[in-house]
Design a protein around this ligand. Structure first.
Ligand SMILES: [Zn+2]
Length: 413
């Protein structure tokens, strides 16, 4: 848009000379009267003015470009469980099925035990409540212990291979301002039920790498070159959908769970700190010092989602009623056999030691940390849970389709 249109001195002088000839003024009078010096000033002033005007025009056209590009973006707004776009008029209800199909059906993602952890990172026997590496169970048995995962095993997979599972349905989950410009340009959809084949994570490696592993599997297997990129679901997605704002971390003390005031309480400030550090000061990053362990913040929390459509704070029992009945079915698909899945969210949980793990959705509960993978007494654990991809739709939106009816959980807690 930048141009250099102004006037040149030579053009102005030619114009003046023509005018002088027409009006009969002699060249001598004109030169002695300083006419051409004044002409130079006139040219300079005019060109300065043109330049500043051009700058203003450029500025305005920049603003116009921004407005034009924003008009190309979706502008999603949520009222209750209705989501509407102010830009194109598209409208959905949270939980609507969309006809989304990912690309890359032939692709394979392989995760090694170097990334996900293995039996060397796992040795805790819940039966004897001791570390015990001698017991052996099979992979099938491991899968059967999802509800009570703390069983010693020694045949942890050295590689886990994932391919895209076909036939999954996808549901509208929510909206997001992915680029942080103040407009919700992204419509989020989630896989209706988590993957049939789950992911093992164990020990400090599982804790350190779990989020990256989950996002990698989702991105490579469940993205679409046409519609958008996939990532793993995380706890913020669940909270945003319920419009639930957790109020504090939770820790265990004197036989019950206690809630901190917010999420800034460091472990070294807990009443259990003396006990905790006496039991070991191992941290998953390998620093293994009192200072490092004590600096972690208590950010574990969980809540129940009841069939009477409330969220139940697990510590206070305070119930936040959800007016949106169908929301429960977004996360808790009781028609499916595999309702537990990872959240790509790290956290710590405190008792008489500190547990490090990833969050999960487990039947009727949402946890910022369900799956403890490593603890400050150096015992490692593992968990096997499903994967739930979320796709970020920024431009083209798949059509609404009919999907299976999901029973609303009728479960009072
Ligand atoms: Zn739109």
């Amino acid at each position: 848009m930048k141009s250099t249109k102004g006037i040149t001195l030579i053009a102005l002088i030619i114009t003046i000379i023509v005018m002088l000839i027409l009006t009969g003024v002699t060249m001598n009078i004109a030169v002695n009267g300083g006419l051409f010096n004044n002409a130079q000033r006139a040219v300079d002033d005019t060109n300065a003015e043109v330049s500043s005007t051009q700058d203003r025009v450029d500025e305005l056209s920049g603003v116009l470009d921004d407005v034009a590009s924003q008009q190309d973006e979706h502008n999603w707004n949520r009222a209750g469980d209705n989501i509407t776009c102010n830009h194109c008029g598209l409208s959905f209800v949270i939980g609507d099925y969309l006809g989304y199909t990912p690309d890359a059906t032939s692709q394979t993602v392989t995760i090694t035990s170097e990334e996900a952890g293995d039996e060397n990172d796992y040795y805790y026997d819940s039966t004897s409540n001791t570390s015990d590496k001698t017991a052996t169970v099979t992979t099938t048995e491991i899968k059967e212990t999802i509800s009570n995962p703390q069983v010693v095993q020694t045949d942890f997979p050295t590689t886990q291979t994932f391919t895209q599972e076909t036939g999954h349905y996808w549901k509208v989950l929510g909206i997001e301002d992915s680029d942080g410009n103040g407009t919700n340009e992204t419509l989020l959809i989630k896989m209706a039920s988590p993957t049939e084949n789950g992911l093992y994570l164990a020990g400090p490696k599982g804790y350190n790498n779990g989020i990256d592993i989950l996002n990698k599997i989702c991105k490579e297997l469940y993205s679409s070159s046409r519609y958008g990129e996939a990532r793993s679901i995380k706890i913020e997605d669940v909270n945003n959908c319920f419009q639930y704002k957790p109020t504090g971390g939770m820790y265990y003390y004197n036989g019950s769970w206690i809630e901190t005031n917010g999420f800034n309480t460091q472990i070294k400030n807990l009443p259990t700190w003396e006990t905790i550090k006496a039991n070991g000061t191992y941290t998953p990053d390998g620093t293994n010092t009192e200072e490092a362990l004590g600096s972690y913040k208590v950010d574990r929390y969980y809540y129940y989602v009841g069939g009477l459509y409330y969220i139940n704070n697990a510590v206070t029992g305070a119930k936040t009623y959800i007016s949106l009945n169908e929301l429960c079915t977004i996360f808790l698909d009781i028609n499916s056999n595999n309702t537990s899945y990872w959240l790509a969210t790290k956290g710590v949980v405190c008792n008489t030691f500190v547990g490090f793990g990833l969050g999960a959705v487990d039947y009727y509960s949402v946890y910022s940390v369900l799956s403890m993978l490593y603890s400050s007494d150096s015992s490692g654990r593992y968990e096997y849970l499903g994967i739930c991809p979320v796709v970020c739709l920024k431009d083209e939106i798949p059509p609404k389709i009919n999907g299976p009816e999901i029973s609303i959980p009728n479960y009072e807690l």
